[in-house]
Design a protein around this ligand. Structure first.
Ligand code: GTB
Length: 217
């Protein structure tokens, strides 16, 4: 059955792979699934044809036969459950890998997104200069805790899993912020994820969309 996902027609990140279709593409590449991509404009995101798939008018979505899914975490989980490669066979190890998926999305990602919201939408506010350090302190706290747990291991719990896939995509959002500088093991962890052939294929595919859109003018 053909898998179709959605992605931005023109990603504001200019092909840096920061939008959340990247994690879905990466999961599909890790598990060897071929897929089609339907590119969606910002206007079309809010049209009924899209909101029937994604109630909040966002990307990514996932369609396969009569299954339609939204939420990147749920999509990655679905892929990981259906195909070998992203979740261990051992039941306890599998549950721990799923715990890391949740940790990436519900413990690490929120303060990181909060910082982006502050920088892009609130920088003109009078309280911005006071708020940003507080938000960054919350991120540093989480990075310190994660760094301590990772130690000198390659991945968070044994073999590479969907937990690592999501964690790497979340941590990547701090690229260029300087916040990772104090945590060389986390920088090396991100680099290990990015060096995986499946990551490279996913990254190149989303970059090709940006390059094509730029050539179109
Ligand atoms: N919780 C949902 C999920 O995980 O699937 C969140 C999905 C989401 O935030 N989608 C964003 C979207 O469609 C794109 S990824 N936004 C359009 C809208 O809400 O109208 C977020 C994103 C966008 C752009 C960058 N960037 O340019 O760097 C980074 C991340």
């Amino acid at each position: 059955m053909t898998i179709t996902i959605t992605a931005f027609e023109r990603s504001p990140d200019r092909g840096r792979g920061m939008a959340r279709d990247m994690r879905v593409r990466w999961a599909l590449e890790e598990t060897g699934q071929s897929y089609d991509v339907r590119l969606v404009s910002f206007d079309a995101l809010k049209e009924p044809a899209h909101t029937v798939l994604q109630p909040f008018g966002q990307i990514p979505t996932y369609e396969e036969g009569d299954l339609a899914l939204f939420e990147s975490g749920a999509i990655v989980f679905h892929i990981a459950e259906r195909h070998p490669g992203l979740l261990p066979d051992d039941a306890n190890a599998r549950s721990r890998a799923i715990a890391w998926m949740f940790a990436a999305l519900s413990t690490m990602e929120p303060p990181i997104v909060e910082r982006e919201v502050a920088r892009y939408l609130e920088s003109e506010k009078t309280w911005y200069e006071e708020r940003l350090p507080a938000v960054e302190e919350r991120i540093r706290k989480r990075l310190g805790e994660l760094s301590f747990r990772l130690g000198d291991a390659d991945w968070l719990d044994g073999a590479f899993s969907a937990g690592d896939l999501l964690m790497v995509t979340v941590l990547r959002r701090l690229e260029g912020s300087g916040l990772l500088n104090d945590y060389p093991n986390l920088s090396a962890y991100i680099a290990r994820g990015q060096a995986r052939p499946a990551y490279r294929r996913a990254f190149d595919a989303q970059l090709a969309v940006f390059s094509a859109a730029s050539t179109d003018g």
